[in-house]
Write a protein that binds this ligand. Structure first.
Ligand code: 9MR
Length: 405
């Protein structure tokens, strides 16, 4: 017995030595092969995973800031228009579409062999005034509004047909638990109020009619993990909603989890986030992280450069990015991981009032205002470089759902 044990120990020791023998080879990797010297997109492609960013199309053409477009091209394999595909931007005057900024982004993406996520067909924000005012003053009735929505989806999807990989068809359609007095999740916003929740199924059907191949997503925030599955569990509400859409034959292909996180909250861990994505994909849907960022409160000490307050924020931000990346890697149907801006120089967080007063949150992205990498950037690289089988497997491509009926 004793001998056997030592024999086993010897085999184990030999195996360990064998593994150890690999170490010098890794250590002598050519500089270009080292994770630190590779782009996010190259590291993502080890898993067939697309790494994306929202793009500010003004910054993309800013002659004084070539670093912005260089980084968009070199680090990312998919891009999303941060604003220029929204209805208010595309059709500011009724009947007159301004395609130019979005077309420019698509040309940029094609030149750099990048995929494009289309954002967004139906949302209650950034609607043109002629539309919201027409509804408010009664000059646009329900029937006309439904026809206008159908027409908008048809026009936009047709214009970009063949150029969009994933469309965010419907965005942020449901309430948050803290937004209503009883905390019960329900449908919210302009479209549900004026058309009723059936607009969601209609939107997917109209989008599919205009493009048979694009992947059609429902996109929302605060669906990072399941809760108690009670009436205040937003993730569970969305899960039931997409399950029901699938059961009815509505042509939906995926769920986008935005991933707007903030370090001052007690966020989820990677096991919870992975379980959520896997539960969505168990319905036969693809998943994607679509708008990841992890912001922090900017106290006076942070603004004054106190490293004792800055370091924990940078580390917590990196952790939150990492949680969502590990979750995405763990779900074979998670096709892309998109950040909502990659530099603090261009981030919605710095110019939006998030409840703490305008501009009092920030530090949300991967690179600082001078394009220098933060912990979050290197942490994502490490997650991508150091992940593999058996728990991380190559992606499963999603086939467009033709719908029925
Ligand atoms: O980043 C976008 C910002 O520039 C706009 O002012 C804002 C207007 O609502 O929308 C921001 O993007 C949002 C996205 O379209 C949907 N999910 C939440 C994003 C951050 O607010």
């Amino acid at each position: 017995m004793k001998l056997r044990r030592s024999t086993t120990a010897g085999i184990v020791a030999a195996a360990v030595l064998g593994l150890a023998g690999i170490v010098p080879a890794v250590a002598t990797l050519k500089p270009a092969d080292r994770p630190a010297d590779q782009s996010l997109k190259a590291l993502g492609m080890r898993h067939g995973l697309y790494i994306g960013t929202a793009v500010d199309t003004d910054a993309l053409v800013d002659e004084s800031d070539p670093t912005y477009r260089t980084k968009v091209a070199s680090e990312f394999s998919t891009v999303t228009a941060e604003n220029v595909m929204k209805w208010s931007e595309l059709e500011p005057t009724r009947g007159t579409y301004n395609w130019e900024p979005a077309d420019r982004l698509i040309a940029f993406a094609q030149k750099n062999r990048q995929q494009v996520r289309g954002h967004v067909l139906v949302w209650h924000n950034q609607l043109p005034e002629w539309l919201t005012e027409g509804v408010a003053d009664g000059s646009i009735d329900k029937e006309e509004l439904r026809a206008l929505l159908k027409n908008h989806i048809t026009n936009v999807v047709t214009h970009f047909r063949g150029k969009i990989w994933q469309w965010d068809v419907v965005n942020e359609a449901v309430t948050d638990p803290w937004a209503t007095s009883d905390g019960v999740i329900t449908y919210k916003g302009f479209w549900a109020e004026n058309l009723g929740p059936d607009y969601i199924a209609d939107a997917f059907r109209w989008a599919r009619a205009a493009d048979r191949k694009a992947l059609l997503f429902y996109n929302d925030y605060n669906i990072d993990a399941f809760g108690d599955e009670g009436p205040s569990d937003k993730t569970f509400f969305v899960y039931k909603m997409v399950k029901d859409l699938k059961a009815k034959g509505v042509p939906i292909d995926g769920v986008g989890s935005q991933g707007h996180l903030a370090t001052q909250y007690g966020n989820y861990d990677a096991l919870q986030a992975a379980a959520a994505l896997q539960r969505f994909s168990s319905l036969g849907l693809a998943t994607a992280l679509t708008e990841v960022d992890a912001r922090s409160q900017l106290t006076e000490q942070v603004k004054a450069g106190n490293s004792a307050e800055i370091n924990p924020r940078d580390q917590a931000s990196a952790y939150n990015y990492s949680v969502l990346m590990q979750a995405c890697l763990a779900d074979r149907h998670c096709l892309s991981y998109t950040v909502w801006g990659f530099t603090d120089k261009h981030s919605w967080v710095s110019y939006t009032d998030l409840g703490d007063g305008k501009g009092n949150e920030g530090m949300a992205t991967l690179l600082d205002e001078n394009y220098q990498p933060k912990k979050a950037y290197n942490t994502l690289k490490a997650d991508l470089a150091f992940a593999g089988g058996p728990l991380v497997q190559p992606r499963v491509p999603q086939r467009a759902n033709p719908g029925r009926g």
